[in-house]
Ligand binder design. Structure first.
Ligand code: GUN
Ligand code: ZN
Length: 443
């Protein structure tokens, strides 16, 4: 279920009360069936409930038994880069030199379509084996890299949100397009892929430093024309980056305003990071119904800073969890919450397991206005779900008792877990990954 949109001024003024509000809310709005059943038909969830009740209603159903395991909604990763699959885990740099030294070289290789196709498969397989069924994905400047990803996702009916990266300055010449080319290629990709099957398009200017005002304006025109496409970019991740943006755009009133002036701040805008925001930017993001992608493993890895989720909540800004691979250090959303928890500990405001779970399922889906399709196990949504085996090795079997509460198990797995906890990943009613058989749908 979704959290209510607004709180009273009294609640807003009192932070600890605030936290309790959330704690209460998340607990009340998750339904847990200890002996449950999920009914799927033609790729859609038909029903959910207590096993004994459900089984009576569907006497002809074929039954798969997952006793001792969990059935959870497929996980949503709200910001990551598929071309960085192979440049994950590179030593030593913070954002701007990391881009120069590792990221841009890796992205240049995507001029080769065959390379793009092969990495798209590896990438999707990594998502599947970690239980992620929807990703918000940056491709490269090459339209063909975006084609390769949508095409691979379409093979398994996976709901991917993606876009061609647009950059027309401050990066290697081979990675640059122009305002006109960015607009034309993005428009063509929208026509070809947006709302075709389960694909959705995201206009993707990489970040303000690599786009001219003319390019942002060209993309802003598309954002106005295609109201239901997504917009994804980066925002206020690193202090040197922000100083650079201020010098490149002296007429804007800060980083967010660079995008805002070009109609790129609206619902279905997803901004990566937002670590060093000014108060007026928090307010504006809330007003605009935009979303911040909180990428804790990346923020720690690049030394970018500690995301302030209390500020987001206080300003009614949607937050969704994300890996940000390859600055992020894992594809696993449980582990990503584990690092979000550690970040929040450093801020003295621990994020509860319920909130963490919400930020990778229903909370993300509601932020993106996709909760009628993904993010939950409600009837009439698409059958994207995962089977989790909590006690998958000696240590987890020791730590996690058989009748432990949901939040305890979820938390322990978020700190200890890895892809071994994911037993199966189902997409559109089809099993696309099975750990036991080490079988991926994209061979
Ligand atoms: N800012 C601009 N590009 C990138 C990127 O690829 N990764 C991250 N983490 N931040 C960025
Ligand atoms: Zn990113």
């Amino acid at each position: 279920k979704s959290k209510p949109a607004n709180k009273s001024a009294d609640e807003r003024s009192c932070e600890s009360l605030y936290q309790r509000f959330y704690e209460r809310f998340y607990k009340e709005n998750i339904e847990i069936f200890t002996d449950g059943a999920l009914v799927i038909e033609d790729g859609i969830i038909r029903d959910i409930g207590d096993y004994a009740t459900v089984v009576q209603k569907y006497p002809d159903a074929a039954i798969s038994d997952y006793s001792g395991k969990w059935i959870l909604p497929g996980l949503i990763d709200s910001h990551l880069h598929y071309p960085q699959t192979q440049s994950i885990a590179n030593y030593g740099d913070q954002l701007l030199s990391w881009l120069e030294n590792y990221t841009f070289p890796a992205e240049m290789a995507f001029a080769d379509e065959e390379h793009a196709k092969s990495i798209a498969k590896v990438f999707i397989n990594q998502l599947l084996r970690n239980g992620t069924t929807t990703g918000f994905v940056f491709t490269t400047v090459h339209a063909s890299s975006c084609q390769a990803l949508f095409s691979a996702a379409s093979d398994i009916n996976m709901a991917i949100v993606a876009g061609k990266v647009c950059m027309d300055r401050n990066c290697p010449a081979q990675l640059q397009d122009t305002p006109e080319l960015a607009q034309r290629e993005s428009a063509d990709l929208i026509d070809q892929w947006h709302n075709k099957g389960r694909n959705k398009y995201a206009l993707t200017p990489r970040f303000a430093p690599t786009s001219s005002d003319a390019q942002l304006a060209a993309l802003g025109e598309l954002a106005t024309q295609y109201k239901d496409v997504f917009i994804q970019t980066h925002l206020s991740e690193n202090r040197d980056e922000i100083a650079w943006v201020n010098s490149l755009f002296p007429h804007a009133d800060g980083y967010l305003d660079v995008y805002d002036k070009h109609h790129l701040v609206r619902e279905r805008s997803v901004f990566g990071h937002g670590i060093h925001l000014k108060q007026d930017e928090w307010v504006r993001l809330g007003e605009a119904n935009a979303t911040l992608a909180f990428c804790p493993t990346s923020n720690l890895f690049l030394g970018s800073g500690l995301f302030n989720i209390e500020q987001a909540n206080a300003n009614n800004v949607h937050v969704a969890l994300a890996t940000d691979v390859g600055a992020g250090t894992t594809f696993n959303m449980f582990k990503t919450y584990g690092d979000a928890y550690k970040v929040s500990q450093l801020r003295n405001a621990p994020i509860s397991p319920f909130e963490g779970f919400y930020l990778m399922t229903q909370g993300a889906a509601a932020a993106h206005q996709l909760d009628d399709e993904i993010g939950n196990l409600n009837p009439n949504t698409t059958a994207d779900f995962i089977i989790v085996e909590p006690r998958y090795d000696e240590l987890t079997a020791l730590r996690i008792s058989e009748n432990a509460a949901f939040e305890d198990v979820f938390f322990a797995l978020s700190i200890l877990g890895d892809d071994r906890m994911i037993e199966q990943t189902w997409i559109s009613g089809q099993c696309c990954y099975n750990k036991k058989e080490n079988q991926h749908a994209l061979a």
